[in-house]
Design a protein around this ligand. Structure first.
Ligand code: UT7
Length: 324
């Protein structure tokens, strides 16, 4: 059976760190509120001239190096972002060129905070269909550009960053343990909820990018029900119990969401990888950033079962389940 196996990861965060203490007094927020309600202590913010493609290229280069492959062996670049450099061309094509890839195809996927899970599903299906052998999946965002810095309900929640994984088609016969690679990539959406999390503008509606608005409580409610559901459904489909999961690596929006998702799945806290304190919510970059961290600090080991659920604007949601 052909599977999409992760053979390398990379990450890049902007140099500038903004702590909870750095918000101006007129915002009427404070470190204690932010930490208690979200678990966030700081976020990285892109420099004025630093774009999503800059972050994505740096993360991509590191992933290629860590995988020990040549850039030109990559057949497909799938870049998950809601904050592209420009409306066109896709940020993926810019990154493809900057990574030194001169063949194959590149495109963006916009599924907001579920972007990485969506991009993994696309890549997985290309690989399973035999249409690509090596795919780089990148989650990259500069959400700082679309925040209303006067809205304390949203601007404290997000940060910038990028991370990448290289997927390679491998023939896998070890079916006893499910084999290495992506075992399940479930994606879902329900457009009746667009108003819960969106921007106030866009190319075709206002000819601007707009700023992010969110009904936080409702998004919270959907996140803590749909993310565990997506994992439960995925585990059912691959015929493994939820207790077989070694690491839960969810989208990193709010520590309370992570805790609730883990609790609903009866996964102990020690098996949850969290970056929300140091990076805040980096949207499509958050899961690959956490995967990169967990695998480079030695927690995630080859052969372990990882579940990555996400939920974002759309609403979109889903889960990637893979054996590392
Ligand atoms: O990736 C997907 C996208 N996002 C998410 O998943 C985020 C989902 N939502 C959340 O994480 C939470 O709903 C928030 C962190 C956004 C808000 O937490 P909450 O516990 O739902 O707080 P709340 O909105 O009910 O606000 C409680 C109080 C309010 O004051 P009153 O009405 O009780 O007087 C807010 O005005 O806290 C106030 N508040 C703040 N106070 C200090 C809201 N934001 C702040 C703030 N600092 N930054």
């Amino acid at each position: 059976m052909r599977r999409a196996v992760v053979i390398g990861t990379g990450a890049h965060l902007p140099e500038r760190v903004m702590t909870n203490h750095d918000f101006p007094a007129h915002l009427e927020t404070n470190d204690e509120w932010i930490q208690t309600r979200t678990g966030i202590t700081q976020r990285h913010i892109a420099a004025e001239n630093e774009t999503t493609s800059d972050l994505a290229t740096a993360a991509g280069m590191q992933a290629i190096k860590n995988a020990g492959i040549s850039a030109d062996s990559i057949d497909l670049v799938v870049l998950a972002t809601t904050t592209p450099d420009e409306t066109m061309p896709s940020t993926a094509t810019k990154v493809q060129h900057r990574l030194g890839i001169t063949r194959g195809a590149a495109f963006d996927v916009n599924a907001a905070c579920s972007g990485f899970v969506y991009a993994m599903a696309v890549a997985n299906n290309f690989i399973k269909a035999g249409a690509a052998r090596r795919v780089i999946v990148i989650g990259a965002e500069t959400f700082s550009r679309i925040l209303d810095w006067n809205d304390r309900g949203t601007c404290i929640l997000f940060g910038d960053g990028a991370a990448a994984v290289i997927l390679e088609a491998q023939e896998n016969t070890n079916d006893k343990m499910g084999g290495r690679g992506i075992l399940h990539s479930g994606i879902y959406s329900d457009g009746q909820y667009t108003a819960l999390l969106n921007t106030t503008g866009g190319v075709s509606s206002t000819k601007t990018a707009g700023v992010l608005t969110m009904v936080g409580k409702d998004i919270f409610r959907h996140a803590v029900s749909k993310m565990p559901e997506a994992v439960t459904q995925g585990m059912k489909e691959i015929n493994l119990p939820v207790s077989a999961i070694d690491w839960l690596v969810p989208h990193q929006a709010n520590m309370r969401i992570l805790a609730s998702v883990a609790q609903k799945l009866e996964i102990p806290e020690e098996k949850v990888i969290s970056t929300v304190s140091g990076h805040a919510n980096t949207s499509a970059a958050s899961i690959p950033l956490a995967l990169h961290l967990g695998s480079t600090d030695g927690r995630i080991k080859q052969g372990q079962l990882i579940a990555c659920p996400a939920l974002g604007a759309g609403l979109t949601w889903g889960a990637t389940i893979l054996r590392w």
